[in-house]
Design a protein around this ligand. Structure first.
Ligand SMILES: NC(=O)C1=CN([C@@H]2O[C@H](COP(=O)(O)OP(=O)(O)OC[C@H]3O[C@@H](n4cnc5c(N)ncnc54)[C@H](O)[C@@H]3O)[C@@H](O)[C@H]2O)C=CC1
Ligand SMILES: O=C1OC[C@@H](O)[C@H](O)[C@H]1O
Length: 250
């Protein structure tokens, strides 16, 4: 894996907000945006890891349960007050806990929609006015290959992740006249510590690599590289699109 990351001059000084930045892919993105010289902030429910990442990167960490929309709105406003108008939003936070179709109750369903979909919209709604004033902005939404692969065992999660595409494309149309771009990043199976611990059995890893055209495991930097480009002005005419980073699994 290449050590160096591409440099994006337009990200220097740009205010970037990442949700779910305390671990996994989100933590890698926080690290890389900070390395680009962006004024970086992240929201997460995980205080312990959030404070660790903030100490390591110098990024601003605000604890926030993104299922709580009033709290989300206050946190976004605090980021803008502290760092300046937000120019890039990365809607990364989610939870891919498995759940059987047979046992899901209405409250479970609603909670998983709140955890994986709803906050992506309300974070976009909160930053859009700042981006409208600047006549530019990049909003990234995180999807998943899981629904594309017809992965079972998590129907609420795969539903939420497929809905992200409709959300991004509709907002791309609404916000495009203001120079605001909306795109979806679609990770394949990305081997974070959590994924390794929870699900990376030799059989599951083997089956994934068998399915991928590229026979290597994906890691968070593979996603961060795509995100940096979509966040930067280098992708200035790219919107309403989905970018799959999965080693060719689908
Ligand atoms: N790792 C993978 O294999 C894949 C990941 N993805 C997507 O990529 C993104 C990042 O994935 P990972 O790093 O693996 O996720 P992760 O589960 O390791 O990290 C998600 C982060 O979001 C935070 N979070 C969860 N619920 C929250 C809430 N209510 N309020 C605030 N923060 C909350 C968690 O504390 C955590 O720091 C997610 O959107 C995920 O759905 C998609 C396909 C595959
Ligand atoms: O979104 C996802 O897609 C692939 C799954 O194996 C992974 O655990 C999940 O996060």
């Amino acid at each position: 894996m290449p050590e160096e990351f591409a440099r994006y001059p337009s990200l220097r000084g740009r205010v970037v907000l990442v949700t779910g930045g305390a671990s996994g892919i989100g933590a890698c993105m926080v690290e890389q945006f900070a390395a680009q010289g962006a004024r970086t902030a992240f929201l997460d429910i995980d205080t312990i890891n959030g404070e660790r990442v903030a100490a390591e990167t110098g990024a601003l960490f605000l604890r926030c349960d993104l299922r709580d929309i009033p709290a989300l709105r206050l946190a976004v406003a605090e980021v803008a007050r502290s760092l300046g108008p937000i120019g890039v939003l990365v809607n990364n936070a989610a939870r891919d806990d498995r759940h059987g179709w047979e046992t899901v109750e209405p409250d479970d369903w609603d909670e998983r929609m709140h955890t994986n979909l709803r906050h992506q919209f309300f974070c976009a709604q909160a930053v859009a006015p700042m981006m409208q004033a600047a006549r530019q902005g990049s909003i990234l939404f995180f999807g998943s290959v899981s629904w594309m692969k017809a992965q079972g065992g998590m129907p609420a999660y795969t539903t939420a992740k497929s809905a992200v595409h409709g959300l991004a494309r509709g907002l791309a149309r609404d916000l495009g006249p203001f120079g605001i771009r909306c795109n979806v990043v679609v990770p394949g199976w990305v081997f974070t510590e959590r994924q390794e611990q929870l699900w990376a059995t030799p059989e599951a890893v083997g089956a994934t690599l068998e399915r991928q055209c590229l026979k290597e495991k994906l890691y968070p930097p593979d996603l961060a590289r795509m995100v940096l480009w979509l966040a930067a002005d280098d992708s200035r005419m790219v919107t309403a699109q989905s970018f799959v980073v999965d080693g060719g699994a689908i």
